[in-house]
Write a protein that binds this ligand. Structure first.
Ligand code: PMP
Length: 456
């Protein structure tokens, strides 16, 4: 059935055109900087997907602090994107900024550990309830390394993921369900391996499909976000994880929870908050308060298997690690993040304010009779263009509407509010103020009124 956002496409296009013009008028310095970078930087930006924002040219940052971002044209934005979670504890959180400044005088990278490593290991074990840890520089790398360890430890080749997942640019996960068939994602560049040979994909919340995919007994692990957060948001149905965990265990597979985004649920992620028992956990992005670092933890049993696999292998490259991984600066960033930011007293007000944001969005949506829904996972809130929260990745994808998304995001940006590109995600950090939430809600109401004017 064709999806309807409840907003006529012509109205969306008109809004988009107005907002693009307004953005151009309001951002001459952003334009000048973008023009300056254009000859040297491919796509005009340091990372090509920075062009996937709704803006006609990049918003260029002058400064970001707490929940506020200032662009080079002097506009102050309430930042609900927060670097797509990297800055979930605010931009340049003071304990991290101070630790970085101190460490910066004492060595940046040595390929050797220091006291921070022992302390960070202890703190991670406490927070996530898993005893054995290793590090990476990005969540992508952490996932890649975990897959390698687990395949080596189990001697099994197959990875099982949920349709519509995202776990970074790890090749193995880019397999979609198309009409029930696994298909390698066509957008991948330079992909030469046949991913469907070793990656199996099922819909989230589909226990029968999960069981069928596990049944051959060749699945090394299920890699999953406990809540899907990268295709819009998809919550697990009541009882899903309890039964999924039972099935995974019964078929001799392992569960890896990627908590990179769902860390928004609290200091130990969604799994800890909801009593899940993964064999491995991956955390990235906000773990270093914005510094590039990530970590993965194993149960004692899995760690022993992984260590045994390494010992049994011939000496030489493991394919795991990078030179700057766990560098002194990264360790210095994780330590205060864990002690002073990833704590219940920091999360509690974030969750409360995110709740107010979700309620306010629901009220605005209901006020215009739009068939949209709002979902919250701790400090993270998402609105989607469908009347009920989607049950799986296919439904979530069907609810997406790129022109509407772009028009909305750009209209919000022009009204002083930044939300995450790619879908409709908003994150509340410790520095986010009720006034900033009101600013978002006010801008949202104004934009909805423009979109729905005369349509009742
Ligand atoms: N895992 C999840 C759940 C993510 O959402 C992302 C990024 N959106 C990643 C991993 C990859 O993180 P990074 O790009 O920092 O490697």
């Amino acid at each position: 059935t064709p999806h309807s956002t409840g907003v006529p496409p012509a109205r969306v296009q008109a809004l988009l055109a107005r907002e693009r013009e307004a953005y151009v008028q309001r951002h001459p310095r952003c334009r000048a900087l973008s023009d300056r970078a254009a000859p040297q930087l491919m796509f005009g930006v340091p990372l090509h997907w920075m062009n996937d924002w709704s803006t006609p040219f990049a918003l260029q940052v002058a400064e970001a602090r707490g929940a506020t971002l200032t662009d080079v044209d002097g506009h102050t934005l309430a930042d609900f994107c927060l670097g797509d979670t990297g800055a979930m504890f605010g931009h340049s959180p003071t304990p991290v900024a101070e630790a970085l400044a101190a460490q910066a005088q004492r060595g940046l990278t040595t390929m050797l550990p220091n006291e921070d490593a022992a302390v960070v290991g202890e703190l991670l074990a406490q927070r996530f309830g898993l005893p054995r840890w290793q590090f990476a520089m990005t969540a992508t790398d952490a996932n890649r390394f975990v897959l390698r360890w687990l395949r080596a430890a189990t001697g099994r080749r197959v990875l099982l993921v949920f349709n519509g997942c995202y776990h970074g640019t790890v090749d193995d996960v880019f397999v979609d369900l198309v009409d029930g068939q696994p298909v390698q994602r066509a957008s991948l560049l330079g992909q030469v391996h046949a991913l469907t040979a070793t990656t199996r994909v099922v819909e989230f919340n589909d226990l029968a499909a999960l069981e069928a995919a596990l049944a051959p007994g060749d699945v090394a692990c299920v890699l999953a976000e406990p809540v899907m957060t990268n295709i819009g948001m998809v919550l697990p149905e009541p009882g899903f994880w309890a039964e999924a965990q039972r099935l995974i265990r019964r078929h001799g597979s392992l569960l890896v929870l990627d908590e990179t985004h769902t860390l928004s649920s609290g200091p130990g992620g969604y799994g800890r908050a909801h009593g899940l028992q993964p064999d491995a956990v991956v955390v990235g992005k906000a773990l270093g308060g914005g510094m590039p670092c990530a970590a993965y933890g194993f149960t004692a049993e899995l760690a022993a298997q992984a260590e045994a696999a390494k010992r049994a292998a011939p000496p030489g490259h493991s394919g795991i690690g990078t030179t700057l991984t766990a560098n002194l600066l990264a360790m210095a960033a994780m330590r205060p993040t864990l002690t002073q930011l990833m704590t219940p007293p920091v999360f509690e007000p974030m969750h409360a304010l995110a709740g107010q944001l979700a309620d306010g969005l629901r009220a605005a949506i209901a006020g215009h009779g739009l068939p949209w829904c709002v979902t919250q996972v701790g400090a993270r809130v998402e609105f989607q263009f469908c009347p009920q929260p989607p049950r799986n990745g296919s439904q979530a994808e069907a609810a997406m509407d790129a022109p509407l998304e772009h028009a909305l995001h750009l209209a919000l940006l022009n009204r002083g509010v930044l939300i995450t590109p790619f879908h409709n995600m908003m994150l509340v950090c410790p520095d986010t103020t009720p006034a900033q939430v009101q600013r978002l809600l006010g801008a949202f109401a104004e934009v909805l009124a423009e979109l729905c004017r005369g349509e009742t």
